[in-house]
Design a protein around this ligand. Structure first.
Ligand SMILES: Nc1ncnc2c1ncn2[C@@H]1O[C@H](COP(=O)(O)OP(=O)(O)O)[C@@H](O)[C@H]1O
Ligand SMILES: [Mg+2]
Length: 226
């Protein structure tokens, strides 16, 4: 069973937090001590912190124990001002917190920031830190126009980085995609990892139990990563 895994997405707002919750719910239902971790969050401005705080609250409330918000999310980057945020990218802090969570819990679901090569304010992608930590990676594919292209490129980049690709989750963020089944079929054929879950379009997914949409059995077949 997976100990630590990193959740990336084909883009921003494709459902990484929703999928992180689904995995946490499924793991907790299976009797695991499981916590969410968001190393780097982004907010549009210091005043408009609601978006990222909601995200941290969701990870916090879905974890099997209630951890302080600054443990779940050590770094917040403020974007949207005229100058770039000068918050120091303290990668040691991100690693220390992850090590701490990994020692105390059976599973840590680590939510990334936007897509795989999304840049931090030091102009480095967070994927560099994921490589340093040698984390297995899960891709959330938001089913929308262009997702087959984005999903393949993301999978190729992760493999190029030498990381284990544990699977992908289809998240139906657009209820109007007429060719949904065909897209899932094509993705299943071209992505080099198993489909671990399929989340339908749901109103208020943040308020639901999503564990039923995740296939943990496929995960248990994989070697245990630490
Ligand atoms: N399966 C779904 N059905 C309906 N809405 C969804 C679904 N998944 C995500 N959403 C909505 O899409 C938005 C982005 O989801 P979120 O998990 O925050 O994405 P990310 O973490 O990748 O930025 C949220 O408003 C969320 O409620
Ligand atoms: Mg999120």
């Amino acid at each position: 069973m997976l100990k630590r895994f990193f959740i990336t997405g084909t883009n921003a707002r494709v459902g990484k937090t929703v999928v992180a919750r689904a995995f946490l719910q499924a793991l907790v239902k299976n009797g695991r001590s499981a916590v969410g971790y968001k190393p780097v969050a982004r907010t549009n401005s210091a005043k408009q912190s609601g978006g990222y705080q909601k995200e941290i609250d969701l990870l916090q409330s879905t974890s099997s124990v209630t951890l302080p918000a600054d443990i779940i999310n050590p770094l917040v980057l403020c974007e949207g001002g005229s100058s770039e945020d000068d918050t120091r990218m303290d990668y040691h802090l991100l690693s220390d917190r992850l090590a701490q969570l990994g020692c105390q819990h059976d599973s840590v679901a680590i939510e990334g920031c936007s897509g795989w090569r999304s840049l931090m304010n030091d102009r480095r992608p967070l994927s560099d830190w994921v490589i340093k930590e040698q984390l297995p990676v899960l891709i959330v594919v938001g089913i929308q126009d262009g997702c087959i292209n984005h999903a393949q490129l993301t999978a190729q980049a992760i493999m190029h980085d030498g990381l284990p690709l544990i699977g992908w989750v289809a998240n139906r963020i657009n209820p109007c995609m007429a060719n949904y089944a065909r897209i899932i079929d094509a993705l299943s054929q071209v992505l080099p990892c198993p489909l671990l879950g399929e989340i339908p379009y749901l109103s208020r997914p943040e308020e639901r139990d999503l564990s039923q949409y995740i296939d943990l059995a496929t995960n248990t077949l994989l070697p245990a990563y630490t």
